[in-house]
Design a protein around this ligand. Structure first.
Ligand code: DAH
Length: 368
């Protein structure tokens, strides 16, 4: 520093005075607490503006120095007080603003948690499980992808049996045949099961008599889709195998079931039917749920609705299950779950049930 640049006591005084003035203007302009803190270090920090002014103190007359020092301290104190006051004001109004904006209404009701429910077909399945459980049936499930041998042969339908036409199925393609442009059924006979009946065979192999099982599950058929048919649907099969099982047991069981599911006043009847895996076979009807039996469009004017097929297990089927037909007899029945669901809720079209439209499905909460 050259002598003529040495600050004089007067110049230091006026610098301090200027600092005091500009500081109070800048403080007033600081919009929030962060701004004030930044200003605090700009003014009073270790290399802040006040410190910079005081660096010139060494060049001032020794007699003047204490006075300038006093003035600097007074300015520092004043600024600190002004900073604290400004901070208090700003913090106060920030709190006020938050209190004003962030209202919490303690009386507001909580947000509703949306809980889903079972698909109507699944709640029918649950009810069936519960009903048959009370009669000593256990649930036994089998695979949706089956073999032709299980789905047909073991159920007394050899390869050329005409009854196979009733259950035309969806074939799993032989690996590679689709890519080769020549799709053909898998050589090992893998298909999608057309009914839950093959699970009878699996249950007989897995369990020893007495056997009482129900076998709920998904089935598939090569089917044109309309209001009452789909290529994918649900069945529940029932199987009982014991020493002295009779057609009377079957009848009693199904009548119990019909009354529990369709009401005490439901009338029932057995009609002769045909299934390759039962002998004798029957169709089981209930009095029409729409007209009560007088005849209407829903029951084809007959007054009756067929709800399942049933019969005494064919000896060939018992044998396929590894059970001696001379020692044991059994009865079996099979029903479509979707049909029960349609009847329960008076839904006119199966496609509504199988679609995934929640606006429709959420109208049918679980339970009967
Ligand atoms: N599997 C038959 C079907 O899908 C239904 C059926 C009929 C099952 C008679 C049975 C039975 O167990 O005994 O059409």
């Amino acid at each position: 520093m050259t002598p003529d640049q040495q600050p004089t006591a007067d110049s230091l005084r006026s610098q301090l005075e200027a600092l005091r003035l500009s500081a109070s203007e800048r403080l007033a302009a600081a919009a929030d607490a962060d701004g004030v803190e930044a200003l605090r270090s700009a003014l009073l920090g270790r290399s802040g503006e006040l410190t910079v002014v005081l660096r010139g103190l060494g060049g001032v007359d020794a007699a003047e120095r204490p006075k300038i020092g006093q003035l600097a301290n007074a300015v520092r104190e004043e600024l600190e007080a002004a900073i604290s006051a400004r901070l208090e004001v700003l913090r106060g109004s920030e709190l006020e603003a938050r209190l004003a904006n962030e209202t919490i209404d303690m009386t507001a009701p909580g947000r509703e948690v949306r809980i889903g429910h079972l698909h109507p077909t699944m709640s029918v399945e649950r009810d069936l499980r519960e009903f048959f459980h009370a009669f000593g049936f256990e649930v036994f499930e089998g695979p949706e992808i089956e073999t032709e041998a299980m789905n047909f042969e073991a159920l007394n339908m050899p390869p050329d049996h005409p009854a196979r036409d009733l259950w035309d199925t969806l074939y799993v393609a032989e690996p590679g045949s689709v890519d080769a442009g020549e799709p053909r059924p898998a050589e090992d006979g893998t298909i999608l099961r057309t009914h839950t009946s093959p699970v009878q065979i699996r249950a007989m192999h897995a369990l020893r008599p007495p056997i009482r099982v129900i076998t709920p599950g998904r089935c598939f058929r090569y089917e044109a889709v309309d209001a009452s048919h789909n290529f994918e649907f649900f069945q529940v099969e029932g199987l009982v195998v014991d020493h002295a099982t009779s057609l009377a047991d079957l009848k009693g069981m199904l009548e119990e079931f019909a009354r529990a599911f369709y009401g005490e006043g439901t009338r029932t009847r057995f009609r002769p039917g045909y299934y390759p895996f039962t002998e004798p076979s029957a169709a089981f009807d209930i009095s029409c749920l729409v007209c009560g039996g007088s005849g209407c469009a829903a029951c084809g004017r007959s007054g009756w609705m067929t709800i399942l097929g049933a019969g005494m297990v064919h000896p060939a089927v018992l044998r396929a299950g590894g059970i001696d037909p001379d020692e044991y007899q059994g009865y079996a029945f099979g029903m479509g779950l979707d049909r029960i669901t349609l009847l329960r809720h008076a839904i006119p079209d199966l496609r509504l049930l199988m679609g995934a439209d929640l606006r429709f499905l959420s109208q049918f909460p679980a339970g009967r």
